[in-house]
Design a protein around this ligand. Structure first.
Ligand code: HEM
Length: 131
């Protein structure tokens, strides 16, 4: 039986597995590796902090994801195809590795942040009201 997401080690496994799939994905892999050319050693720990803060209420993440994605959106438009790919990979990774209340919660949070992000990126006026 699969276990639930219980601690930071589980978040690390989830995030590492997710971005391994992301890098191979034909819809969004190139955004990370070729367009933004992100430094994975910098990005991954930030994502551990982000999800740990959201799931376990630890204030380890400091940052503004909306601003970051506005910047990305200027270089390459993030639309339904890209968000669907991101969500699909995230949900699949969670379900492949975990089952339980926290697994459901993290998917629900990912879904609502993704939907809000997509809405704001496509709503020109929200550029001035980014939080
Ligand atoms: C189309 C979907 C998405 C794409 C292509 C994407 C791409 C990226 C990229 C390339 C970065 C690195 C930016 C940099 O270091 O300069 C990044 C950062 C980040 N992404 Fe996404 N992202 C997507 C959706 C999401 C969603 C739905 C969430 C949250 C649920 C999210 C959370 C974050 C966070 C927290 C960071 C770090 C922000 C920071 O503090 O610098 N992303 N994303």
């Amino acid at each position: 039986m699969k276990k639930d997401i219980g601690n930071r080690e589980d978040i690390i496994l989830l995030v590492d597995s997710f971005y391994q799939k992301v890098q191979l994905d034909h819809a969004i892999g190139h955004i990370f590796n070729e367009i933004i050319k992100i430094a994975w050693s910098h990005h991954l720990p930030k994502m551990y902090d982000f999800w740990e803060s959201l799931l376990f209420g630890k204030a380890t993440y400091k940052g503004n994801p909306m601003l970051t994605h506005f910047d990305i959106n200027h270089k390459i438009a993030l639309r339904t195809v890209e968000f669907d790919a991101w969500k699909n990979l995230f949900f699949t990774t969670v379900d492949d590795l975990f089952a339980g209340e926290n697994a459901e919660t993290i998917k629900r949070k990912a879904q609502s942040i993704a939907d809000l992000m997509q809405f704001k990126l496509n709503e020109p006026k929200s550029r001035f009201n980014i939080v």
